[in-house]
Design a protein around this ligand. Structure first.
Ligand code: CDP
Length: 806
């Protein structure tokens, strides 16, 4: 007779829990065009907002005449700073403790700054009225160079701060100074350099780039005058934070504000903060009594909403002659634009930049960051990055290559020699970070073997010889990068936003029939949360993932959370989900014990059921226990099966990876072809390998865009010259290389399911890997560092400077 009882493994497979390449449930609506984005929201009587923006990079606003605009048919209201002053909203607080003009108040500080807000019956009338607002400007001297911001006589950017010696993060040393922040041990680092056998020093610039999500920022504000309640739909990565900040700014009680983030088409940090368009829409709805929608266009998004990077990093490494690193120093100037609207945890004005010692065992290290104001748009967000990790990783990975070059060592061999060893974990870096787990050498070795690194170098050597003999005009570059991320902000002792500790949450309700719903304080922007949180629950509770609905983004229903950015969803809310499951499971175990008439301790868990130890035929499945929870609970026990968990992680998680890239460069055209890109990632326990692969493909594509062509560029008059996709490189499938992905698995010891974040790792590791490949191609000709982006023109210029076109 055939035994048809499914095995534990068969039952586990049916659940589609952790480790399963479960198809994304959200794609059912997305591929059919049935997503629900802010732009899909249409409310009765809805008005449309549009912004008048400054053509100048820096100018005094002498006069604003709104008469003609207001008289245009269809225009309902024109709002200026003067209007906002009547409700005390002309300026708004930023997440970084600064204040920012909502609409130009006396002067404009960057091109395309918001000057007036038109409210009209339709988009077209609003756009026409924008053209009719007459603004009289008196141009002022402009500075867009952060290295000149603190010089004598530099244009004063923030007149409102003139004379203020204290900023949100301590003493200010110049009228354009935002903050100074330092980490590490300066004395120890200086001592290491004093006795160093070999040193390198290089100014490494990470240009200003922009996350440019496909969907731009937008909102619909609807104020109900009768109830005194505001409902705000928007592209918000952190809806609860928007509700709290909205309440503090508007003085509307928090329980009367309902924030809803529907489907979001990409965020990458761009949708964390609050923008003038949101405030103006809220005020316009209060003033008109009608819902108001505001939608940015692409130029507005690229030129005014939160940028990323713009770090000027003067880095030094000290090492012994035989290639062991002994010290690290870095002085950085961070360009914050006209207002410090950086999205960082409060205590970290330069984010987690002090992860700059990377994956290497530096005995001594020190860094100092000065933030400065310039005539550029505000922001400074973590674009697919955990609070400035990307800048840090780029800096150290370029610097390691430069040092390897000086030592005459192979860059992979030099890294291998200095990587933190497996037995050193948990490892405390010279900056005080406690890396939770890692097996770096194994990862780098696997990467090198997978691409046959030795053979690639041999090929490169013969190509270099051929180039020198004049037999080819093509250079081959091999980029190696090893990165350590720091994700999962964060432990409340280290991280808060405006005083709110950075925990996160999950609330799970299991219904009588064994299906359920999980609500969270995070918000997916395309990462597949509806799929993967359900997988955690499936494994933890033994219920099929298909039976679990996942809901995020509604502040009325979700428990309080700090949102999704910095790859924090898995490290923090993934943990909250597992912990909430464990509360439910503990209750289910007591119900099972009661039903089976045994002690709780006599039960053991088997995939989807509690069974009696030594008597596996006697069991209760989770589905049966869910039913029982609503009608057969032990005496004295509350009915129902639900739990909530607010998870304050004990530490960050430290995913890592080893990437190798091969490029071929035509020195006569600068054209750079990515021949191969291999990415090995270790994000601890893998919840959904298919989604991880998708995250890595996406992150590498963004890294490719950044390294090979992106820059938000300003001319010296403050004009932003890259404000559309004609000038700003957004890679499509045509340009994007093919990715080879791989992994190792080193679980996090402190995370309930051992998972680390992964979403931004490929961006963090990808950018230096591309840049190292391009730089490596030219290294044998004496070049040490070519700045990003490595577009064809700049690469051609690099060849020109080396005299290769003679
Ligand atoms: O916070 P964010 O969602 O951007 O980043 P994440 O926590 O790294 O997660 C990105 C996606 O990858 C989510 O769908 C996660 O569930 C998934 N993931 C995974 O399957 N396994 C991991 N160890 C980490 C993330």
């Amino acid at each position: 007779m055939n035994d048809v009882t499914p095995t534990s493994a068969e039952r586990a497979a049916k659940l589609e829990g952790m480790g399963c390449k479960r198809k994304r449930v959200e794609d059912i609506r997305f591929v059919q065009g049935k997503g629900n984005y802010v732009d899909d929201i249409r409310l009765p009587g809805m008005l449309y907002g549009d912004l008048v923006r400054s053509p100048h990079g820096h100018a005094r606003v002498k006069k604003i005449n709104t008469t003609k605009a207001a008289a245009l048919p269809g225009v309902v209201a024109v709002i200026t700073a003067e209007t906002l002053k009547t409700v005390n909203l002309a300026w708004m607080p930023t997440l970084a403790g600064d204040t920012q003009m909502v609409l130009a108040d006396g002067k404009v500080l960057f091109q395309n700054q918001e000057v007036a807000f038109i409210v009209a019956e339709n988009r077209e009338a609003a756009a026409d009225a924008v053209e009719l607002v007459e603004v009289e400007y008196e141009p002022l001297p402009v500075n867009v160079d952060p290295l000149k911001a603190m010089t004598d006589g530099a244009p004063i950017i923030r007149e409102d701060l003139k004379g203020k010696t204290d900023g949100a993060h301590g003493k200010r040393k110049h009228y354009n100074h935002v903050f100074s922040w330092q980490a590490g041990d300066r004395t120890a680092a200086d001592a290491a350099f004093a006795k160093a056998e070999v040193t390198i020093k290089e100014m490494i610039i990470y240009p200003r780039v922009h996350p440019c999500p496909l969907e731009t920022c937008q909102c619909v504000a609807s104020f109900d005058k009768i109830k005194g309640e505001l409902t705000l739909w928007g592209t918000f990565q952190a809806p609860h934070v928007i509700r709290t900040v909205g309440s503090l700014i508007s003085k509307i009680p928090e329980h009367k504000i309902h924030v809803i983030a529907p489907d979001i088409g990409g965020g990458f940090g761009n949708k964390v903060g609050a923008y003038p368009g949101y405030i103006c829409s809220i005020v316009a709805s209060i003033v008109t009594g009608r819902p108001v929608k505001w939608t940015e266009d692409r130029i507005e998004n690229l030129s005014t909403t939160a940028f990323a990077r713009d770090f000027y990093m003067d880095v030094e490494i000290a090492a012994t002659k035989d290639g062991r690193v002994t010290g690290l120093r870095c002085y950085t100037v961070a360009d914050h634009g006209a207002f410090d609207a950086c999205a960082n945890a409060t205590k970290w004005p330069a984010g987690l930049f002090s992860i700059i010692s990377g994956s290497y065992d530096f005995p001594a290290a020190y860094c100092l960051v000065d933030g400065v104001y310039t005539n550029k748009a505000p922001g400074g967000v973590a674009y697919r990055c955990s609070f400035r990790v990307t800048e840090a990783a780029y800096c150290i990975e370029r610097a390691m290559d430069i040092m390897a070059q000086k030592l005459g060592m192979d860059p992979a061999e030099f890294r291998m020699k200095n990587l933190i060893r497996r037995e050193q974990f948990p490892y405390t870096s010279a900056f005080g970070w406690q890396y939770d787990s890692g097996d770096y050498q194994t990862a780098l070795k696997k990467a090198m073997e997978s691409v046959d690194y030795k053979k690639l170098r041999e090929e490169q050597n013969s190509k270099r010889a051929a180039f020198k003999r004049g037999e080819t005009r093509e250079l081959m570059g091999i980029g190696v990068a090893f990165f350590t991320e720091i994700v999962g902000a964060g432990p409340s002792r280290a991280c808060d936003i405006l005083g709110i500790a950075m925990f996160d949450s999950a609330e799970i309700r299991i219904h009588p029939t064994g299906s359920g719903i999980c609500r969270l304080g995070t918000k997916s922007q395309g990462q597949g949360h509806e799929t993967t949180y359900a997988q955690i629950i499936a494994t933890e509770l033994g219920l099929p993932a298909d039976n679990i609905a996942v809901e995020e983004g509604n502040t009325d229903t979700a428990p309080y959370g700090l949102g999704t950015y910095g790859s924090r969803s898995t490290p923090v809310s993934g943990a909250a989900t597992a912990m909430a499951c464990r509360k439910i499971k503990a209750k289910a175990q007591m119900i099972a014990a009661y039903m089976l008439e045994v002690h709780d301790d006599d039960l053991e868990w088997d995939v989807d059921r509690f069974r009696v130890k030594g008597n596996p035929e006697r069991f209760k499945t989770m589905t049966e226990l869910a039913w029982a929870a609503y009608h057969e609970v032990p005496p004295g026990m509350e009915p129902g099966l639900e739990a909530i968990n607010y998870y304050d992680p004990p530490n960050f998680t430290y995913p890592f990876g080893a990437y190798i890239c091969v490029v071929d460069i035509d020195v006569d055209t600068g054209q750079t072809k990515v021949r191969r890109f291999y990415a090995l990632d270790d994000c601890g326990t893998r919840i959904n390998p298919m989604i991880i692969e998708g995250q890595i493909h996406g992150g590498l594509t963004e890294a490719f865009g950044i390294a090979m062509g992106q820059e938000i560029h300003y001319d010296e008059d403050g004009n932003v010259t890259t404000a559309s996709f004609l000038d700003y490189f957004l890679p499509t499938a045509v340009e994007t290389p093919r990715w080879e992905t791989d992994w190792t698995t080193t679980p996090s010891p402190h995370h309930p399911i051992g998972a680390k974040g992964v979403g931004e790792s490929p961006n963090v590791g990808g950018v230096p890997c591309f840049s190292n490949a391009v730089n490596d191609a030219f290294a044998f000709l004496g070049s040490t560092h070519i700045q990003m982006p490595h577009d064809h023109w700049r690469t051609w210029m690099a060849a020109e400077k080396l005299g290769l076109h003679a």
